[in-house]
Design a protein around this ligand. Structure first.
Ligand SMILES: [Ca+2]
Length: 167
């Protein structure tokens, strides 16, 4: 797995997609927009860890939609069910997609700055879950889950995958 592929990608790369299906892959925000605009889709995020008793977990949303490029690929999510009591994507609901060359987040700085959280994401100010970080890296540059109420961090993610399916 080579998550460095996600680092310092400009907004156009995340728009058009990159990588390959066997390692690191981003379908592309434009395709996500077109697909999710045609009919309603659900989202499932699978996560694998290396230091917990339960070595995998999932988050499921009964609606997933990505807006157009003009509205910065804003994410819409339905209700959450999943392995965690804490809904990690809740903090990212209705956020626009930011990259290091396009700051669309709610923070004073650019959350997707290459020296900070170096990958594109639906940042708020900045995140509770960030799946496009550097594999094996610590906070802040890693692939981490961050419970914003308890400040509990888990950066032991070894693999993730985000899948959508028509409802
Ligand atoms: Ca900002």
């Amino acid at each position: 797995m080579n998550h460095s592929k996600f680092i310092a990608k400009m907004v156009g790369c995340f728009r058009d997609g990159f990588g390959d299906l066997n390692s690191s892959f981003w379908l592309g925000n434009e395709k996500l927009h077109v697909i999710s605009a045609q009919r309603d889709h659900q989202l499932k995020i699978d996560i694998w860890f290396n230091n917990t008793n339960d070595d995998s977990a999932y988050l499921h949303y009964n609606l997933f939609r990505i807006s157009s490029e003009a509205s910065k690929y804003e994410i819409t999510l339905g209700s959450y069910t999943g392995s965690f009591e804490y809904d990690y994507m809740d903090y990212h609901r209705d956020m626009k997609f930011s990259t290091f060359d396009q700051d669309n987040d709610l923070a004073g700085q650019n959350c997707a700055h290459t020296a900070f959280h170096p990958g594109g994401w639906w940042f708020n100010a900045c995140h509770a879950i960030m799946l496009n970080g550097i594999y094996g890296a610590p906070w802040d540059t890693g692939i981490c889950l961050f419970q914003r109420n308890t400040l509990d961090k888990n950066c032991s993610v070894v693999a993730v995958d985000m899948k959508i399916k028509p409802l």
